[in-house]
Design a binder for this molecule. Structure first.
Ligand SMILES: Cc1cn([C@H]2C[C@H](O)[C@@H](COP(=O)(O)OP(=O)(O)OP(=O)(O)O)O2)c(=O)[nH]c1=O
Length: 195
């Protein structure tokens, strides 16, 4: 079970060919401001994973946030904050933290948090307006999507790309292996597929 309303997380799991159903957690994401950004991402992933599913089920949850020095940029509340976030990020580097929590059918948990640094270009005012007008970043941490039009805002990434997109896929895969999730081998006729 994927405990997430994020279409990006569903897309990444689908790309791996993993079977799953989606059940959004609806966890209140406020009230963790006393924690550091990576602690917040981890704790929120844990809370989301614990809020759905029954004993006997596998559950995966994640949480992504953007940290600009000590400041945490979650999803923008409105258009004004969205514009403000893109202005703040312009010409600077920030860190994207994605925490994940995997729960096995016996209730055991595998958790982790991954950090990726993202450097934005110095953006012209019109570029900020162009991006804001696209609306793309409204439902995304920090107000941008690196996998979409946001690709032109970004100059450089240090670390795992998929962590920015919302799921540290390689780390999650490792956790699935360690936890003993039944990862089927591809059928012989699929071997070598490069899509
Ligand atoms: C920085 C960045 C974030 N994001 C997305 C990933 C997450 O969906 C979202 C961060 O919000 P989250 O609270 O992590 O996730 P969500 O609200 O979309 O879904 P749920 O809580 O149900 O799991 O931002 C991108 O898609 N691209 C990016 O470049």
């Amino acid at each position: 079970m994927l405990a997430s309303a994020s279409p990006r997380r569903a897309e990444l799991l689908s790309r791996l060919g993993l079977p799953f159903v989606v059940r959004a957690s609806g966890v209140d994401e406020s009230g963790l401001e006393h924690l550091t950004p990576p602690e917040q991402a981890l704790e929120l992933a844990r809370l989301k994973a614990r809020s759905v599913g029954q004993p006997g089920e596998w559950v995966l949850a994640a949480d992504t946030l953007v940290a600009l020095q000590e400041r945490v940029l979650a999803k923008p509340a409105d258009q004004a904050e969205y514009r403000h976030f893109i202005r703040l990020l312009s010409g600077r580097g920030h860190t994207v933290f994605t925490g994940f929590a995997l729960r096995d059918p016996k209730g055991r948990e595998w958790i982790g948090v991954e950090a990726t640094q993202v450097f934005f270009r110095e953006l012209a005012d019109w570029e900020i307006e162009w991006y804001v007008a696209s609306g793309e970043g409204m439902d995304k941490a920090g107000g941008y999507g690196v996998q979409g039009k946001g690709m032109v805002l970004v100059e450089r990434i240090v670390g795992d790309f998929y962590t920015v997109m919302g799921l540290p896929v390689a780390r999650v895969w490792k956790a699935l292996v360690q936890a003993g999730f039944p990862l089927a081998l591809p059928a012989a006729n699929e071997a070598g597929s490069d899509d």
